[in-house]
Ligand binder design. Sequence first.
Ligand SMILES: *[C@@H]1O[C@H](CO)[C@@H](O)[C@H](O)[C@H]1NC(C)=O
Ligand SMILES: *[C@@H]1O[C@H](CO)[C@@H](O)[C@H](O)[C@H]1NC(C)=O
Ligand SMILES: *[C@@H]1O[C@H](CO)[C@@H](O)[C@H](O)[C@H]1NC(C)=O
Ligand SMILES: *[C@@H]1O[C@H](CO)[C@@H](O)[C@H](O)[C@H]1NC(C)=O
Ligand SMILES: *[C@@H]1O[C@H](CO)[C@@H](O)[C@H](O)[C@H]1NC(C)=O
Ligand SMILES: *[C@@H]1O[C@H](CO)[C@@H](O)[C@H](O)[C@H]1NC(C)=O
Length: 502
Amino acid sequence: MRPTIALWAAVLFLGLQLSASFPDSIVDRSSQNLTSVPGDLPHTTESLDLSCNHIQKLHRGDFRNTPLLRFLNISWNSLEEIDPETFLDTPLLEDLDLSHNRLKNLSDQRYLLHADNLLVLNLACNKFLTMTLGSEFSSLVKLERLALGAKNISVGDFKNIAEVKLHTLTLSLEDNVGYEAGSLKDVHAQKLQIALTRNQKIDHDLLADGLSLFVELELINLIKGYEDLSNQLKARKEIYTSSLYLTNISIKWTHLTYFVNVVLNTSIAHLYATDVVLNELPQRDTDVVRATTTILCPAVAIALLIMILCHRLDVPWYMRMIWKWTRAKHRARMRQVRPEDLVGIEFHAFVSYSQHDADWVHNSLIPNLEGPSGGLRICHHEKHFVAGKTIIENIITSVEKSRRSLFVLSAHFVKSEWCHYELYFASHQRLAQGSDSVVLVLLEPLPQYLIPSKYYQLKSMMSRHTYIEWPQDRAKHRLFWANLRAALQADLPNAPVTELED
Ligand SMILES: *[C@@H]1O[C@H](CO)[C@@H](O)[C@H](O)[C@H]1NC(C)=O
Ligand SMILES: *[C@@H]1O[C@H](CO)[C@@H](O)[C@H](O)[C@H]1NC(C)=O
Ligand SMILES: *[C@@H]1O[C@H](CO)[C@@H](O)[C@H](O)[C@H]1NC(C)=O
Ligand SMILES: *[C@@H]1O[C@H](CO)[C@@H](O)[C@H](O)[C@H]1NC(C)=O
Ligand SMILES: *[C@@H]1O[C@H](CO)[C@@H](O)[C@H](O)[C@H]1NC(C)=O
Ligand SMILES: *[C@@H]1O[C@H](CO)[C@@H](O)[C@H](O)[C@H]1NC(C)=O
């Protein structure tokens, strides 16, 4: 145990050093009514957020103080002009978000000539009339993701990125777009995303090219035209696309079942639908089963089950929870836990929480996990911390003796220093034991900006949505507890719980 503590202490020291350097490398100057790039940026800036300001122009030298800049977000400004030499001083720049500005001419983006390290470029939602990409795009040899939007798309528009091997091309289409068939032939990308706004249907030729040129196709915000879409899929002889994604969609139940039926008849191997709003669900008393007997797909069987469970309730919430629950169950089945990994593990989980949330933890969380329906062993500081040891020692022992660490997130948690040490240690444990050793429970909505930027780990875990939300609605509590128990369940050796001493 002693050498481990020395190691942890070294890690802690390193951690403090690292977190001390965070505030200077990540600079957030968004929403500050800025009209130009501020001159006082720290020399160490690697990530700069200037979004939601009123900047109209970028000049040569605006970034001369930030030679380490890698990430720049300048979306939601009023940019009309960018000097060709703006990025001369930032050779490392790899992620540039220029979306939601007033740039006008896609053939005239010469600043890109000095941005040849870019991996991600977002130019969506500007004022481009045509999609004609200028020759400067051919210098973006490392580019992986490109997002664009324009009113008209014609053949030859993409010829300047024909040599660039993209991962994803995103077309963000605001109004009804004029698309000339064959325009996307010059694009080499694994995935095409088409994001629609304002109640549009998807253009017939655009969809046809998407299905014949890209391995993956994602349609975002599609809320109408599913019958046409199904009929178009049905009429096609050959489809190159093997994975079709539908994201943030709203669809009638009958259209969905018809669509799935059509997809089953094509060569499309994977159909993913996320953030689905189902409309006009069949009534409970109509014979649902007979209405859908033609469908033999397991995915639809699951959809049907969910539908019966969630009849007229908050469908997206239930779908998310059931999805998480099935995944947790699946992972528990698939995971081969080696017995040596469990040596010394006495608890299913160590709970870290702010004192302000202690009531909830004692009256709801612990009874529901440790009680008869849970049967889990939970370690928490009030019961298991040993007086006489330092807090750090107690945290380390608790994390080490627990299979997982559970964090109860709230505004108070974010403010508590100790909770962050606990998160810090647990994340290191996580590196050693695999990605699912940290479980986050979100007790109340927690906007990203409340989290201080030095708590980088927490921010990134939150942004990946790897947490379970505590629902306000009582009717949802049972599913919440089932979900949480599934996430923590593990067969531990039946060792008696000892005091946390060696
Ligand atoms: C920005 O300007 C608006 C209106 O002029 C004002 O209400 C707001 O407080 C300003 N915000 C900041 C951060 O200065
Ligand atoms: C840039 O900032 C905007 C507004 O704050 C945000 O919506 C967007 O996601 C940010 N872009 C990236 C790439 O993080
Ligand atoms: C766009 O920029 C190109 C290259 O600078 C120029 O030839 C063209 O006339 C511009 N188009 C418009 C509509 O301003
Ligand atoms: C866009 O396309 C439409 C029809 O193809 C055409 O009438 C219009 O002139 C085009 N607009 C521009 C700016 O090229
Ligand atoms: C999802 O779609 C709805 C309309 O159906 C839209 O209001 C909302 O902004 C979309 N969300 C995202 C993240 O695009
Ligand atoms: C699927 O294909 C079969 C045979 O090719 C056809 O009989 C059936 O009507 C098709 N179903 C749909 C929904 O297109």
